[in-house]
Ligand binder design. Structure first.
Ligand code: CUA
Length: 348
């Protein structure tokens, strides 16, 4: 081996390890930036076959792109080093064009893109497969700024908290009543838009019980960032129990304060103009159905926990808490708020 060849081999070895470190660093940085691991809104922690499908495609494209980057930058840096100008160098022989190289760097990317295209089509078809016959059907309707979930086969409506059984397909029909929203539960399935005047379909099968965070993923106005929801996946028995509860009409007030709250809700409080509480005169359809709001984890599309102090804060100033939302109410007294909180907390 000549001196130059040895130097080159040494150089190539150093380069390779430098690139190895750089590639590893880039991969770790990417994982850190996309919040990998057990974080509840990571696409890198897929929990359905459908989410794994997209994740596998993403992984292939990422590693292929990283490979291309390393090879191209490696050749470039090698050429810069190897053919750099040295003291006393004359202008080298000028060449233009190299048929073999031209063909190689046309065919290689085309072949890689063809593989990516083939895998993409395979994933698209896999994700477009219709749901199983026993799928739980849900109409998910986007509103500024909350999610309505209707269970047409089961006969009830809820909001911002989607319950599904593990081990069965969920067939979600996506709609919107105002502007374009997007339904996204990163661990369960890629995002799909909710478009006014259009119906989109989404199928996924949750595998394990758990709580998965969802989020509107299309800018839809001032409180877009406050348009969240949760997907609660339960074992079949737990889901059936939840369904049985949701089918029931609202609980009767269990205290004098709650009784006063119901009274306010359906008369001078004005709540009934926009909200439904089944079993009471309140049949409004503008805001979330509150029949079982006390049993949900959050109010105001994930903005606050369903807790007395949080609901009180919301009732004091809904516009201050979530500017621009459609809930405009008169200023309530603290006594009225206490009564309404008692009533709403009792709607399990
Ligand atoms: Cu709805 Cu963003």
């Amino acid at each position: 081996m000549g001196i130059r060849a040895r130097a080159f081999a040494q150089f190539a070895g150093q380069r390779a390890s430098a690139f190895g470190v750089a590639a590893l660093g880039a991969a770790l940085l990417t994982l850190a930036m996309t919040a990998c691991g057990d974080t509840p809104q990571s696409i890198l922690a897929p929990a359905t076959r459908q989410a794994r499908e997209s994740n596998a495609l993403l992984g292939f494209v990422f590693w292929a792109a990283l490979g291309v980057f390393v090879v191209v930058e490696g050749v470039l840096l090698f050429a810069l080093w190897r053919f750099r100008r040295r003291r006393g160098d004359a202008l080298p022989r000028q060449t233009h064009g190299h048929a073999g190289l031209e063909i190689a760097w046309t065919i290689a990317p085309a072949a890689l893109i063809a593989v990516v295209a083939a895998l993409t089509f395979r994933s698209l078809f896999a994700l477009a497969a219709p749901s199983a016959a026993d799928a739980v059907r849900v109409r998910a309707i986007g509103h500024q700024w909350w999610f309505e979930f209707q269970y047409p086969d089961l006969g009830f409506v809820t909001a911002n908290e989607l319950h599904l059984p593990a081990g069965r397909d969920a067939a979600i029909q996506l709609e919107s009543v105002d502007v374009i929203h997007s339904f996204w539960v990163p661990q369960l399935r890629g995002k799909t838009d909710m478009v006014p005047g259009r119906v989109n379909q989404l199928v996924f099968r949750p595998e394990a019980p758990g709580t998965y965070l969802g989020q509107c993923a299309e800018f839809c106005g001032g409180a877009h960032a406050q348009m969240k929801f949760t997907v609660v996946v339960e074992d079949p028995a737990g889901f059936d129990a939840w369904v049985a509860l949701q089918k029931q009409e609202a609980a009767l007030p269990a205290s004098a304060a709650a009784q006063q709250g119901l009274q306010l809700f359906t008369t001078t409080g004005g709540c009934l103009a926009c909200h439904t509480v089944r079993g009471t005169p309140a049949q409004g359809r503008i805001g979330p159905d509150l029949t079982h709001v006390g049993g949900r984890g959050h109010i105001a599309a994930g903005l606050m926990a369903t807790a007395p102090d949080q609901i009180a804060r919301w009732l004091r100033d809904p516009q201050g808490e979530k500017p621009g939302n459609k809930m405009t109410i008169r200023q309530l007294t603290e006594d009225e708020i206490t009564a309404l909180v008692a009533y709403l907390m009792g709607l399990k």
